[in-house]
Write a protein that binds this ligand. Structure first.
Ligand code: NAD
Ligand code: WQD
Length: 339
């Protein structure tokens, strides 16, 4: 069976992907420095699947240490989740973001070349469509202008990976552009565990519901959308994880660079998220309407046809599932992995 290295695999999306890969019969190795995650997440992946995961505590930028992993294992493909992802923090600390996100990518590519590993799947983002492109986004659109350094790191890393695949004809690159992942594994054992005050909507909503935060501020109610609040393409993290399994199957049959949107194609507004969360979980989420957040686009959603056509992947979970599973995780783990 094939061995997949998950760089940054202890994080939110990586841990859910590890479960789905293990369930599909792949061997999984996780390399993570736990800068935004916990070894407890990996332990729970093992608990859910009944399988063991080899782990390395390593900074992926550290090429020497990374080489050791490639030396010790026969790696067939890499999935590169390792990155810093807070938009606000990236505006305050651009150098940290450019250094971490780009150097992890370069180190992985160097090691892959040295050890003749020719398959890499990259965690990209809908953010690369920037401000110019009209929704719904299709993969053939040009990358746009980002509003923050985090987004630019994704644009730059896509370019680096594409250029490398052009130069090395053996290399296969799959760029997965995620939309807005929310939800958690239905066991309630793994989920999103943001450090400090959450930046993203769903963890904020769940922390208000569990009593850790006083109230949610909905950013802006005067957008030209169905109810005045921004709309996004929220995708259940387990559907997203299954998209990675499809991408792994695909990558071994393919050379060059291929891009896929991983979204549902259906946008929901902030108000719809709050109302659905309240309805399916029979609770109230204290919220107020505030001003717009700088850099927010009114709408963002995918055309998800290509992933269906080429990978045979489509989402199965509903918004109700996303809200129910997010809440189960939060309720069972009010302090995340720090119990
Ligand atoms: P996460 O923070 O939970 O996971 C990222 C993991 O990478 C963490 O475990 C962190 O400790 C690790 N990491 C970071 N820098 C590292 C380094 N130098 N060496 C080793 N490990 C390192 O984030 P996530 O939500 O699971 O996101 C995974 C990837 O998907 C990221 O690249 C992110 O930018 C991208 N992405 C996320 C979203 C989202 O909304 N969650 C959307 C689009 C794209
Ligand atoms: C969703 C909606 C907010 C918090 C970000 C990154 C993007 C991608 C996913 C990685 C927006 C509103 C939020 C709050 C609110 N990440 N909101 N009150 O901004 O769509 O995307 O995460 O690649 O690059 O930009 O996600 O969850 O922050 O916001 O009203 O307290 O919720 O205004 O409309 P976003 P988000």
């Amino acid at each position: 069976m094939k061995t997949i290295l998950l760089a940054g695999g202890a994080g939110y999306i990586g841990s859910h992907t590890a479960v789905e890969l293990l369930n599909a019969g792949y061997d999984v190795i996780i390399a993570d420095n736990y800068s935004n995650s916990s070894p407890e997440a990996v332990r729970r992946v093992e608990e859910i699947t009944g399988k063991t995961v080899k782990t390395y505590e390593v900074d992926i930028k550290d090429t020497e240490k990374l080489e050791k992993i490639f030396q010790e294992n026969n790696i067939d493909a890499v999935i590169h989740f390792a990155g810093l992802k807070s938009v606000g923090e990236s505006i305050e600390k651009p150098v940290l973001y450019y250094r971490n996100n780009i150097d992890t990518t370069l180190s992985l590519l160097e090691c892959m070349e040295k050890f003749n590993v020719n398959n890499i799947i990259f965690s990209s983002s809908a953010t690369v469509y920037g401000e110019e492109n009209p929704v719904p986004y299709t993969e053939d659109m040009k990358r746009g202008t980002c509003t923050n350094p985090y987004g630019w790191t994704k644009v730059m890393m896509e370019q680096i990976l594409e250029d490398t695949a052009k130069a090395n004809k053996n290399l296969s690159v799959v760029l997965l552009r995620y939309f807005n992942p929310i939800g958690a594994h239905e066991s309630g054992k793994i989920g999103e565990d943001p450090k400090g005050i959450p930046n993203n909507l769903m963890p904020y909503v769940s922390q208000v519901a569990v009593g850790k935060r006083e109230k949610l501020t909905v950013f802006g109610r005067d957008y030209d959308t169905k109810d005045g609040t921004c709309t996004r393409d929220y995708i259940h993290v387990v559907d997203l994880a299954k998209g990675h399994v499809k991408a792994v199957e695909y990558i071994f049959e393919h050379k060059g660079t291929e891009i896929f949107n991983l979204g549902t194609g259906t946008p929901y507004s902030v108000t719809e998220i709050v109302e659905t969360f309240e309805k399916v979980n029979s609770l109230k989420v204290n919220h107020v309407y505030g001003g717009r957040r700088q850099g927010d686009l009114p709408e963002c959603f995918a055309n998800a046809d290509k992933a269906l056509k080429v990978l045979g992947w489509k989402t199965e979970k509903t918004l109700d599932d996303m809200c129910r599973d997010s809440w189960r995780w939060q309720k069972n783990n009010p302090d995340g992995y720090n119990k």
